[in-house]
Design a binder for this molecule. Structure first.
Ligand code: GDP
Ligand code: GDP
Length: 465
């Protein structure tokens, strides 16, 4: 459970139409993941986890950062792209082997070189079937090595993956510091758009009586860590706004705060997505939420500045409903109404985080699951004889995130609504709020048939139940 790590951030840069988003999709692949399986997940992705041989990396497509079809450096490298480049651990500079080297490529190359980041130059559209195009002219740019790929035809991609991987095993910036995983009760990352109150919330937590703040030996380049001891335990608070203060970037751009969040998400048990109570959830918030789900950490949504809202059951209900409507895939989140200004709800953030970390790692025993099963199995979705769901038992699968199998006669009769019902009920009953659990209906193997996989096999029900 504690194999949490920060994945390196790899950013694809290049002029329009060289194939950035094609390469992005190729490297991310068509994995079925918990993210893609969730209803309503944002399609508008500029970053995603991409699998390599030994681990995963966050891949960022700067083509999605509002880069227009323009032909000048200023169009391609706008302020958003500039800040995204700053956040990267490695740049993939993409070129177009069919069109050949252009003046704009040379300008971008000069710009990227000035940034002094580790970089791989990649010539795309070197299609296997096409008349042999040559990448020779690109050597003029002075990049070595120069990789050749065809994103569309999936050629050279494995070699590219290997090159990416070799970059981060030889570059200490990519190494995951074991010292970062301290023996803490929980680590919390405060994420969200600029000015929603992330730093204020951290300060409010630190103002609580019975909180002792230790020196911050783990302060990293990216986020500012605070270690604190409370009656509830030892916590790490990761402030993703801290860097901004330090480098005096006054005009922080939302998309970039989302990219920066990626690194903190890799290091936390619980992401605290801070929203301004007066605002709607934005695309950036959705992107952060999507990354939290993809990374598999717990999620607490903090509706901050609640002091500015007329507090009532109905205003809370309304806020929740709006959130669920905008981002149904975040329905599992624990939503809390807080104010850094008045202290409302601030104390419970650490308690929630502690519970989320504990419950996320918990393996439930049959003694804990059976009564819930017996209770919930009474609620059947109905159906005609022969087309009716019959439930058999409930087990927990060995997965990184709590995943439950409901064994039944035929999973086809379990409607998505019915699955959601189980998800919601189990979340409540097993105190899993804030954890993206999964409930999967499985056909119970028929007696006598050879069941090859022992994993997730249904238990035999004790007689008399
Ligand atoms: P972006 O603007 O850099 O994100 O470029 P896109 O990914 O949208 O690709 C631009 C065009 O190049 C699209 O028509 C792609 O189908 C095409 N393309 C991308 N990769 C390849 C490739 O490897 N070979 C060929 N022939 N075309 C490609
Ligand atoms: P960050 O960029 O997300 O770290 O946001 P800050 O913590 O810097 O806060 C941005 C602004 O919102 C500041 O002017 C804060 O005083 C204000 N603010 C933060 N939390 C609250 C709150 O709970 N209530 C009110 N009324 N204002 C707040």
């Amino acid at each position: 459970m504690d194999s949490i790590q920060s994945h390196p951030i790899i950013t694809i840069v290049g002029r329009p139409n060289v194939g950035k988003s094609t390469l992005f999709n190729r490297l991310v692949g068509q994995r079925r993941s918990i993210v893609h399986d969730r209803p309503g997940i944002t399609r508008d992705r500029i970053f995603a986890l991409a699998p390599l041989q030994k681990g995963q990396v966050w891949l960022v497509d700067t083509g999605g950062l509002g880069n227009p079809e323009g032909g000048a450096l200023a169009d391609v490298v706008n302020q958003q792209v500039d800040q995204a480049v700053e956040e990267a651990n490695l740049l993939l500079f993409l070129l177009d082997g069919r069109e050949g080297l252009t003046a704009l490529d040379e300008e971008i190359a000069a710009y990227l070189r000035k940034r002094g980041k580790p970089m791989l130059a990649v010539v795309n559209k070197m299609d296997p079937a096409a008349r042999k195009t040559s990448s020779e002219e690109f050597f003029k740019l002075g990049f070595d090595p120069l990789l050749e790929v065809s994103a569309e035809h999936n050629s050279g991609i494995d070699a590219l993956r290997e090159s990416i991987e070799s970059q981060f095993s030889s570059n200490p910036a990519f190494e995951i510091s074991a010292a970062e995983r301290r023996n803490v009760t929980a680590s919390l990352a405060f994420l969200g758009r600029p000015n929603v109150g992330k730093s204020s919330l951290i300060n409010a937590i630190l103002k609580e009586p019975r909180v002792a703040v230790s020196d911050a030996p783990g302060t990293t380049r990216d986020v500012v860590d605070t270690f604190l001891e409370t009656g509830e335990g030892t916590f790490t608070l990761l402030d993703t706004a801290g860097l901004r203060r330090k480098t005096k970037v006054t005009d922080e751009i939302e998309a970039v705060s989302a990219i920066r969040a990626l690194r903190a998400i890799g290091r936390c048990d619980v992401a605290v997505l801070v929203l301004d109570a007066a605002d709607q959830m934005t695309t950036q918030d959705e992107r952060i939420g999507g990354a939290v789900v993809e990374q598999g950490c717990g999620l607490l949504v903090a509706a901050n500045k609640w002091d500015l809202v007329k507090d009532s059951e109905s205003s809370r209900h309304e806020f929740r409903e709006e959130l669920y409507e905008k981002a149904p895939f975040l329905r599992f989140a624990a939503v809390r109404f807080v104010s850094a200004k008045t202290g409302l709800g601030v104390q419970s953030i650490l308690k929630d985080a502690k519970r989320i970390r504990e419950r996320k790692a918990k393996i439930f025993t049959p003694q804990e699951l059976d009564p819930e099963f017996d209770d919930l199995a009474q609620y059947s979705p109905g159906g005609k004889a022969g087309y009716k769901l019959r439930l058999h038992s409930l087990t927990q699968a060995q997965e990184r995130l709590p995943t439950f199998f409901v064994w039944c006669n035929d999973p086809r009769w379990a409607t998505p609504e019915y699955e959601r019902f189980w998800e919601n009920e189990l979340t409540l009953r097993l105190k899993l709020e804030g954890i993206p659990i999964r409930v999967i209906f499985r056909r119970k193997p028929t007696r006598g048939r050879n069941v090859s996989s022992a994993k997730g096999r249904p238990r035999t029900k004790a007689p008399g139940r």
